[in-house]
Design a protein around this ligand. Structure first.
Ligand SMILES: Nc1ncnc2c1ncn2[C@@H]1O[C@H](COP(=O)(O)OP(=O)(O)OP(=O)(O)O)[C@@H](O)[C@H]1O
Length: 358
């Protein structure tokens, strides 16, 4: 049995055609990322079998669609969570959840009722009616109901986009918990950079119905020649842990494989926490020596790995390695020339801003 998801589809509408060939991992969250209209929802619908497009789809060794055979949506063991998934208004939360659960014979259930309730924090909401729930609570019920059908694949189409910022913040930890607990692959459509930065393990970047870049999230973001131009959002994500706090200056020391960085203290941080931080290419400048007579607190030694032209004329994107960890710096091409920056050169990164991904 193969342990991946393979999807190849071609379909054409007036003014738009989708042409993708993807191999995705069988665990974690894969983000389908791209601007509005690039075909993310269409691709998800093809995977679900809601759109009967020519192509093939194999999930963990099981063919769902071949050139000769098309398994209809109701026979695919998948669950789909939309922007605003409808709950049954006349049933309370428990009954809404049982609806999905009871459809699956007990012998085929992979997820237990109480587990889904706990993962989504619904213990105290079971007797409530949907009309009295907030948007975020409704989405948590919708996700738990989807999980209780014991899907082999979970598809989520912008599940947070109808929520306000506070509800988004409330629901993100539940999604992180699912990512880290479930053995089910999740394909997650989004055009929100912060959401992808926080949740995804793997990313598929789309433009005009085509896949322009894909791979593990951190590695893909750290490419200088990424055809998907993130422009001002170009930068990397670092994973690491909070080493200790410095209450006097309201700072927290973040340790990653390749160095350490000071972050502004945030009340939620405690030593030992594993966190992701974002460092944008425009916030890293380079120096040939370690200058302490300047205001930037984060000085990290690195080796230049690659120098490439950036989108705008006169601007370069430099890929650096701090230990094994890649970072990006955006510089003027004149600065690259004046400092003779080239692969193999040792430099000091002066990092102006490090943001906790939340
Ligand atoms: N059934 C259809 N008939 C005609 N055109 C369609 C159909 N379905 C999708 N399209 C077109 O396909 C293109 C991609 O749409 P899609 O909804 O997949 O994009 P998206 O990346 O999900 O966008 P958004 O982020 O805005 O939801 C659009 O131009 C859309 O008009």
């Amino acid at each position: 049995m193969t342990t991946t998801i393979h999807a190849r589809f071609r379909c054409a509408f007036p003014g738009f055609d989708l042409d993708v060939d993807l191999t995705l991992p069988s665990t974690g969250i894969t983000a389908l990322f791209g601007h509005s209209g690039c075909g993310k929802t269409t691709l998800l619908r093809c995977m679900a079998g809601l759109q009967n497009a020519p192509g093939t789809m194999t999930v963990l060794g099981e063919p769902w669609q071949t050139e000769e055979f098309f398994r209809p949506v109701h026979k695919r063991p998948l669950a789909y969570v939309f922007q605003e998934t409808q709950l049954f208004p006349h049933l309370n939360v428990r009954k809404n959840l049982e609806f999905g659960y009871r459809r699956i014979p007990a012998s085929e259930r992979q997820i237990e009722f109480d587990d889904a309730v706990r993962w989504l924090g619904l213990e105290s909401h079971l007797a409530r009616m949907p009309a009295g729930l907030s948007g975020g609570e409704r989405q948590r019920v919708a996700i738990a109901r989807a999980l209780l059908t014991s899907p082999r694949l979970l598809l989520m189409d912008e599940p947070l986009s109808a929520l306000d910022r506070a509800s988004k913040q409330d629901i993100l930890p539940y999604l992180e918990r699912l990512r880290d607990t479930l053995a089910i692959p999740i394909i997650y459509v989004s055009h929100s950079t912060p959401e992808v930065a926080r949740l995804a393990d793997h990313i598929v970047m789309m433009e005009d119905g085509r896949v322009v870049a894909q791979g593990p999230l951190q590695e893909t973001l750290a490419r200088t020649n990424n055809p998907f131009r993130l422009e001002d959002d170009a930068g990397v994500l670092l994973e690491g842990r909070i080493d200790h706090l410095d209450p006097r200056w309201h700072l927290a020391l973040f340790q990653f494989d390749g160095g350490q960085l000071w972050l502004r203290q945030d009340d939620r941080l405690t030593p030992g926490d594993r966190v992701r931080v974002q460092v944008l290419a425009r916030d890293i400048s380079l120096a040939l020596a370690e200058h302490s007579d300047q205001s930037i607190q984060n000085l990290v030694p690195a080796i230049i790995d690659q120098v490439d032209p950036d989108v705008a004329p006169g601007v370069s994107l430099v890929r650096l390695l701090a230990g094994p960890t890649p970072l990006l710096s955006r510089l003027t091409t004149r600065a690259v020339d004046q400092l003779a920056l080239a692969p193999g050169k040792n430099v000091w990164m002066q990092i102006k801003s490090v943001a906790l991904v939340d």
